[in-house]
Design a protein around this ligand. Structure first.
Ligand SMILES: N[C@@H](CCC(=O)N[C@@H](CS)C(=O)NCC(=O)O)C(=O)O
Length: 209
Protein backbone atom coordinates (compact mmCIF):
# COMPACT_ATOMS: atom_id res chain seq x y z
CA UNK A 1 0.00 0.00 0.00
CA UNK A 2 1.02 3.60 -0.61
CA UNK A 3 0.32 6.67 1.51
CA UNK A 4 -0.40 9.72 -0.62
CA UNK A 5 0.16 12.71 1.61
CA UNK A 6 1.62 16.05 2.54
CA UNK A 7 4.19 15.17 5.24
CA UNK A 8 4.07 17.29 8.38
CA UNK A 9 0.49 18.54 7.86
CA UNK A 10 -2.02 17.57 10.53
CA UNK A 11 -3.94 14.88 8.67
CA UNK A 12 -0.99 13.15 7.02
CA UNK A 13 0.92 13.25 10.32
CA UNK A 14 -2.02 11.60 12.10
CA UNK A 15 -1.86 8.69 9.65
CA UNK A 16 1.96 8.58 9.72
CA UNK A 17 1.92 8.41 13.52
CA UNK A 18 -0.84 5.79 13.53
CA UNK A 19 0.94 3.58 10.98
CA UNK A 20 4.21 3.86 12.88
CA UNK A 21 2.52 2.72 16.11
CA UNK A 22 1.39 -0.32 14.14
CA UNK A 23 4.95 -0.92 12.95
CA UNK A 24 3.95 -0.22 9.33
CA UNK A 25 5.98 1.77 6.82
CA UNK A 26 4.12 2.13 3.51
CA UNK A 27 5.48 3.50 0.26
CA UNK A 28 4.75 7.20 -0.04
CA UNK A 29 3.73 9.71 -2.68
CA UNK A 30 4.25 13.32 -1.66
CA UNK A 31 1.66 15.90 -2.66
CA UNK A 32 2.78 19.53 -2.62
CA UNK A 33 -0.22 21.47 -1.31
CA UNK A 34 1.45 24.83 -1.92
CA UNK A 35 1.84 23.89 -5.58
CA UNK A 36 -1.86 22.88 -5.52
CA UNK A 37 -1.05 19.37 -6.73
CA UNK A 38 -4.25 18.22 -5.02
CA UNK A 39 -6.35 20.58 -7.12
CA UNK A 40 -5.63 19.03 -10.49
CA UNK A 41 -8.47 17.19 -12.29
CA UNK A 42 -6.32 14.02 -12.16
CA UNK A 43 -5.96 14.17 -8.36
CA UNK A 44 -9.65 14.95 -7.89
CA UNK A 45 -10.58 12.00 -10.07
CA UNK A 46 -8.32 9.74 -7.99
CA UNK A 47 -9.11 10.92 -4.47
CA UNK A 48 -12.76 11.35 -3.49
CA UNK A 49 -12.33 14.34 -1.14
CA UNK A 50 -9.56 16.03 -3.17
CA UNK A 51 -7.42 16.34 -0.02
CA UNK A 52 -4.55 14.62 1.73
CA UNK A 53 -3.91 11.98 2.96
CA UNK A 54 -5.17 9.05 0.92
CA UNK A 55 -4.18 5.42 0.99
CA UNK A 56 -3.72 3.55 -2.28
CA UNK A 57 -4.18 -0.18 -1.85
CA UNK A 58 -2.32 -2.78 -3.89
CA UNK A 59 -5.37 -3.33 -6.14
CA UNK A 60 -5.54 0.40 -6.92
CA UNK A 61 -8.45 1.16 -4.57
CA UNK A 62 -8.01 4.58 -2.96
CA UNK A 63 -9.28 5.36 0.53
CA UNK A 64 -9.31 8.91 1.85
CA UNK A 65 -10.37 10.57 5.11
CA UNK A 66 -7.90 10.18 7.95
CA UNK A 67 -10.18 8.23 10.27
CA UNK A 68 -11.35 5.90 7.48
CA UNK A 69 -7.73 5.10 6.69
CA UNK A 70 -6.92 4.49 10.36
CA UNK A 71 -9.96 2.24 10.82
CA UNK A 72 -9.05 0.22 7.74
CA UNK A 73 -5.52 -0.25 9.03
CA UNK A 74 -6.81 -1.16 12.52
CA UNK A 75 -9.05 -3.86 11.02
CA UNK A 76 -6.13 -5.36 9.12
CA UNK A 77 -3.61 -4.94 11.96
CA UNK A 78 -5.51 -5.06 15.27
CA UNK A 79 -2.36 -4.99 17.43
CA UNK A 80 -1.63 -2.74 19.18
CA UNK A 81 -5.29 -1.71 19.48
CA UNK A 82 -5.61 2.03 18.94
CA UNK A 83 -9.43 2.14 18.84
CA UNK A 84 -10.00 0.13 22.05
CA UNK A 85 -10.80 -3.59 22.36
CA UNK A 86 -13.92 -4.12 24.46
CA UNK A 87 -17.21 -2.47 23.42
CA UNK A 88 -16.85 0.00 26.30
CA UNK A 89 -13.28 0.89 25.36
CA UNK A 90 -14.30 1.32 21.74
CA UNK A 91 -17.09 3.68 22.78
CA UNK A 92 -14.73 5.63 25.01
CA UNK A 93 -12.06 5.94 22.34
CA UNK A 94 -14.64 7.07 19.79
CA UNK A 95 -15.98 9.60 22.30
CA UNK A 96 -12.57 11.05 23.10
CA UNK A 97 -11.40 11.07 19.52
CA UNK A 98 -14.47 13.03 18.47
CA UNK A 99 -13.98 15.45 21.36
CA UNK A 100 -10.35 15.94 20.30
CA UNK A 101 -11.40 16.44 16.67
CA UNK A 102 -14.36 18.75 17.20
CA UNK A 103 -13.31 20.66 20.31
CA UNK A 104 -9.53 20.84 19.89
CA UNK A 105 -8.38 20.21 16.31
CA UNK A 106 -11.19 21.97 14.41
CA UNK A 107 -11.17 25.20 16.50
CA UNK A 108 -7.37 25.31 16.20
CA UNK A 109 -7.64 24.81 12.43
CA UNK A 110 -10.25 27.57 12.17
CA UNK A 111 -8.04 29.89 14.22
CA UNK A 112 -5.08 29.11 11.96
CA UNK A 113 -7.02 29.48 8.73
CA UNK A 114 -8.68 32.75 9.76
CA UNK A 115 -5.78 34.52 11.49
CA UNK A 116 -2.47 33.25 10.06
CA UNK A 117 -0.88 35.57 7.45
CA UNK A 118 0.20 32.51 5.45
CA UNK A 119 -3.45 31.54 4.93
CA UNK A 120 -4.55 34.90 3.50
CA UNK A 121 -4.62 33.68 -0.08
CA UNK A 122 -6.29 30.36 0.70
CA UNK A 123 -9.03 31.65 2.98
CA UNK A 124 -11.54 34.49 2.97
CA UNK A 125 -10.33 35.31 6.48
CA UNK A 126 -12.65 36.45 9.27
CA UNK A 127 -10.10 37.18 12.03
CA UNK A 128 -12.75 37.78 14.73
CA UNK A 129 -14.09 34.27 14.11
CA UNK A 130 -10.56 32.87 14.23
CA UNK A 131 -9.91 34.56 17.59
CA UNK A 132 -13.14 33.16 19.03
CA UNK A 133 -11.99 29.71 17.94
CA UNK A 134 -8.66 30.31 19.70
CA UNK A 135 -10.55 30.96 22.94
CA UNK A 136 -12.64 27.78 22.47
CA UNK A 137 -9.61 25.55 21.83
CA UNK A 138 -7.66 27.12 24.71
CA UNK A 139 -10.51 26.44 27.15
CA UNK A 140 -10.70 22.83 25.97
CA UNK A 141 -6.96 22.38 26.48
CA UNK A 142 -7.33 23.59 30.07
CA UNK A 143 -9.98 20.91 30.66
CA UNK A 144 -7.74 18.31 29.06
CA UNK A 145 -4.89 19.30 31.38
CA UNK A 146 -7.12 18.57 34.38
CA UNK A 147 -8.26 15.21 32.97
CA UNK A 148 -4.66 14.19 32.35
CA UNK A 149 -3.90 14.63 36.05
CA UNK A 150 -5.61 11.28 36.66
CA UNK A 151 -4.75 9.28 33.55
CA UNK A 152 -1.75 8.74 31.31
CA UNK A 153 -3.50 9.31 28.00
CA UNK A 154 -6.57 11.11 26.65
CA UNK A 155 -8.94 8.12 26.77
CA UNK A 156 -7.43 6.37 29.81
CA UNK A 157 -4.17 4.63 30.53
CA UNK A 158 -3.53 3.29 27.00
CA UNK A 159 -2.40 5.22 23.95
CA UNK A 160 -5.22 5.54 21.40
CA UNK A 161 -6.08 7.35 18.22
CA UNK A 162 -7.50 10.19 20.39
CA UNK A 163 -3.96 10.98 21.58
CA UNK A 164 -2.67 10.99 18.03
CA UNK A 165 -5.41 13.41 16.96
CA UNK A 166 -4.73 15.82 19.84
CA UNK A 167 -0.94 15.64 19.63
CA UNK A 168 -0.82 16.20 15.86
CA UNK A 169 -3.21 19.15 16.21
CA UNK A 170 -1.07 20.75 18.92
CA UNK A 171 2.14 20.00 17.05
CA UNK A 172 0.94 21.62 13.83
CA UNK A 173 -1.06 24.52 15.23
CA UNK A 174 1.83 25.73 17.31
CA UNK A 175 2.02 27.86 14.15
CA UNK A 176 -0.87 29.78 15.72
CA UNK A 177 0.65 29.79 19.20
CA UNK A 178 -1.05 26.70 20.64
CA UNK A 179 1.03 24.84 23.23
CA UNK A 180 0.71 23.50 26.77
CA UNK A 181 0.66 26.56 29.05
CA UNK A 182 3.09 27.01 31.95
CA UNK A 183 0.33 26.20 34.43
CA UNK A 184 -0.66 22.99 32.58
CA UNK A 185 1.86 20.40 33.84
CA UNK A 186 -0.30 17.40 32.96
CA UNK A 187 -0.83 18.52 29.39
CA UNK A 188 2.90 19.19 29.11
CA UNK A 189 3.78 15.75 30.54
CA UNK A 190 1.43 14.07 28.02
CA UNK A 191 2.70 16.21 25.10
CA UNK A 192 6.31 15.28 25.92
CA UNK A 193 5.31 11.60 26.12
CA UNK A 194 3.70 11.78 22.69
CA UNK A 195 6.65 13.71 21.22
CA UNK A 196 9.18 11.20 22.52
CA UNK A 197 7.60 8.12 20.95
CA UNK A 198 9.38 6.77 17.86
CA UNK A 199 6.09 7.25 15.97
CA UNK A 200 6.43 11.02 16.45
CA UNK A 201 9.73 10.89 14.58
CA UNK A 202 8.09 8.87 11.81
CA UNK A 203 5.56 11.68 11.45
CA UNK A 204 7.80 14.72 11.97
CA UNK A 205 11.45 13.73 11.77
CA UNK A 206 13.43 15.25 14.65
CA UNK A 207 11.06 18.23 15.08
CA UNK A 208 8.48 16.46 17.23
CA UNK A 209 7.74 19.50 19.42
N1 LIG B 1 -11.50 15.40 6.45
C1 LIG B 1 -10.18 15.19 5.87
C2 LIG B 1 -9.44 16.51 5.89
C3 LIG B 1 -8.10 16.39 5.20
C4 LIG B 1 -7.46 17.75 5.03
O1 LIG B 1 -8.08 18.82 5.28
N2 LIG B 1 -6.20 17.74 4.61
C5 LIG B 1 -5.52 18.97 4.38
C6 LIG B 1 -4.08 18.89 4.86
S1 LIG B 1 -4.05 18.67 6.63
C7 LIG B 1 -5.54 19.28 2.90
O2 LIG B 1 -5.42 18.41 2.06
N3 LIG B 1 -5.70 20.57 2.60
C8 LIG B 1 -5.72 21.04 1.27
C9 LIG B 1 -6.93 21.89 0.97
O3 LIG B 1 -7.88 21.90 1.80
O4 LIG B 1 -6.94 22.52 -0.07
C10 LIG B 1 -9.43 14.11 6.65
O5 LIG B 1 -9.72 13.96 7.84
O6 LIG B 1 -8.57 13.42 6.09
Amino acid sequence: MKLIGAPGTVSTARVDYFLAEKGLKPDTEVIDLRAAQHKTPEYRARVANGRTPALELDDGTILCETMAICRYVEALHPEPALFGVTPLQQGQVEMWNRIMEFEVMVPMAMCFRHTHPGMKLAEDQVPEWGEKQRVAATKRLARLDKALADQLFVAGDALTVADITAYCALRFFKLSGFAPAEDQPHLQRWYDLMAERPAARAAYGEKTR
